[in-house]
Design a protein around this ligand. Structure first.
Ligand SMILES: [Zn+2]
Length: 132
């Protein structure tokens, strides 16, 4: 049920930002979700809708955006898209990475230098990207 905990923290953080930045009538909040974030989006959206009703954000529309994961090689500095690397993998391998993103290092190599020493950017986490 971590979707509900996540939704609660997104609502709390939005209220805090709105207050701190003195936004008088927020209309729309864009929530960015990492491609590899383990989350059920339908449950998360429903949780947001239910929780916001009890807050000052009840009139605010929440929109959701998936942030693609980017891999950056620590050896040569090359950056590439995670989904380019995994399209040759089997369904099962992709699922493994989805559940345990750290094991991406077993399956993926830097396409330029072949190193397995790379980091993942943007693939995880839930962020408030924009409040309008
Ligand atoms: Zn490299």
């Amino acid at each position: 049920m971590h979707e509900w905990a996540l939704a609660q923290s997104v609502i709390d953080a939005t209220i805090k930002i709105v207050k701190e930045e003195g936004i008088t009538s927020p209309r729309r909040v864009t929530v960015g979700i990492g491609e590899l974030q383990d989350i059920d989006l339908d449950i998360f959206k429903k949780a947001i809708d239910d929780i916001k009703k009890t807050t000052s954000l009840k009139e605010v529309e929440f929109v959701y955006k998936t942030n693609p994961a980017v891999l950056k090689c620590n050896n040569c500095g090359h950056e590439w898209m995670y989904h380019d690397s995994v399209k040759e993998l089997s369904e099962e391998e992709r699922e493994n990475i989805h559940f345990i993103p750290e094991i991406v290092h077993i399956y993926v190599r830097c396409p330029v230098c072949g190193s397995s020493d790379f980091e993942m950017k943007n693939g995880r986490g839930v962020f408030i990207e924009r409040i309008e």
